[in-house]
Structures are given as C-alpha cells and as structure tokens.
Ligand binder design. Structure first.
Ligand code: SF4
Length: 235
C-alpha cells in the first residue's frame, strides 16, 4: 500500500473549487476515495427496486425512514402496485396499510398517488428521468431526484443526507452548514470518475462505520487520513 499522505491537524479552509486545494490535500482526498473504491468498487443503494418507478417510489418513501423499513413495506406493496396505473387503482386508502410502519406515511401516501396520476396523465405511465421533471413530482425534492438520477447512472450527483453530511464534516471534506452547501463542496472536490459512487460510499461509511454516536474508528479504512479520529479515540 502506498504511504498515506500527510494530513493537516485541522482541515484547511477552502473555497468550492478543487483546483484551489493544496497538493497534499488533493492527495489525501484522492487516497480516501481510492480506499473506498478498493473496499467496494460498485456500491449501490440498499433500497430494493426493479424499475425506475419502483426506485422513485422507494426513495420518496425513505425520507426520514430507514431503508430496511422501506424495503419491508415495498416488498409487499410492489407485488400489488409496481406501476403508476396499479398504484392509482390501489388508491390512497388502499396504499396506507402497506406503508403505515413508515414515518410520515399519510403525507407520503398522498404524494405517491398524486405522482402516479401525473405520470399517467403527462408521461404515459413512465418516469421522466430529468432533474427538472422529477423535482416537479409531488414529494420529490432535490435529494430524491439526485438519488434517482445517480442510482440510474443518468447524472452524477452526491445527495447529502444525515450520514453524508456527518462523514463529510468529520473527514474534512466539507464545512458547509446546509446539505446544499456540502453537496456543492463535495461535487467540487470528488474526482469526476468517482462522483457517481461517492454518494454511496459516504452513506455506507456513515451507516456502518462512522456512525453518529460512537464511530468505529478502529475499523475505519481511512482512519489515518481523518483529523477527527482523536476526538473519538484516545491514545
Ligand atoms: S476515523 Fe473515525 S471519525 Fe474519522 S471517518 Fe473514520 S470512523 Fe469517522
């Protein structure tokens, strides 16, 4: 393994432009993503789906809910409603029992049915795979659209959820105070060929290793590149 680049005691303050990073910082960032790639070269969403419609629906249902709880619900739901037409036939009242274990299910049920209606009326029952059209669907914000477009390899995007936000800060990859700011910083520093997969690497790292309360620094493949480690590990 090549010698790890030197890390600054504190992440350097930076503007959102990769070319302004000092060479050692560029090397550190490249090494972080090289190791994530070495660990898992083809990371994917943990949401179960078999079509763009199922993906959009699952991602919309996953807001403020775990992927595990969404998969449990959609395993049953998609057996009876895996297209906009079938979802519309199921109706809001019919849909609710399938997703009642997921947070905000009343609002989500309303949005899923309204989306099915729009997909049938305006798009012939297909999911329009552009950011603009996706974000115009009820309950589909920028984050959901980014996840869908990235997962389907249509547009590289680094959607920032709570895990990505936390890991980006701890690793000194971003300093932004909002998800949009962090997204812009990450898009500026992650090398182009890795952008599509960076979202998944950061989510998975945050979900299983760099967890919120007690990060597992001893199991972390980028621990020697992380200036936050001393905050969690003594000695
Ligand atoms: S060393 Fe610890 S704090 Fe830093 S990224 Fe790894 S798990 Fe997170």
């Amino acid at each position: 393994m090549p010698k790890p680049p030197k890390i600054p005691a504190k992440p350097a303050k930076r503007k959102v432009a990769a070319k302004r990073l000092a060479p050692p910082e560029q090397a550190r960032i490249a090494e972080i993503f090289r190791r994530f790639e070495e660990q898992d070269s083809d990371p994917r969403t943990e949401l179960d789906y078999a079509s763009p419609y199922e993906l959009v629906t699952a991602v919309a249902l996953s807001a403020q809910a775990t992927d595990v709880s969404v998969n449990k619900a959609t395993a049953r739901l998609f057996k009876v409603a895996d297209t906009p037409a079938k979802m519309l036939a199921l109706g809001e009242a019919g849909l609710k029992p399938f997703i009642a274990s997921i947070g905000l299910y009343n609002t989500k049920a309303k949005n899923v049915i309204a989306t099915a209606n729009i997909l049938i009326e305006q798009y012939g029952g297909e999911v329009p795979l552009t950011r603009e059209a996706l974000q115009a669907l009820p309950g589909v914000g920028r984050k959901t659209a980014s996840v869908v477009l990235n997962e389907l390899r249509i547009e590289p995007a680094i959607a920032v959820d709570t895990h990505v936000f936390r890991v980006a800060h701890r690793l000194g990859l971003a300093r932004g105070k909002t998800p949009d700011q962090v997204e812009a910083e990450l898009m500026a520093i992650v090398p182009d060929p890795l952008k599509t997969r960076a979202h998944h690497w950061l989510i998975l790292h945050g979900r299983y290793v760099c967890v919120a309360r007690r990060p597992k620094c001893e199991d972390c493949v980028v621990a020697d590149l992380c200036s936050s480690k001393p905050l969690f590990v003594r000695g």
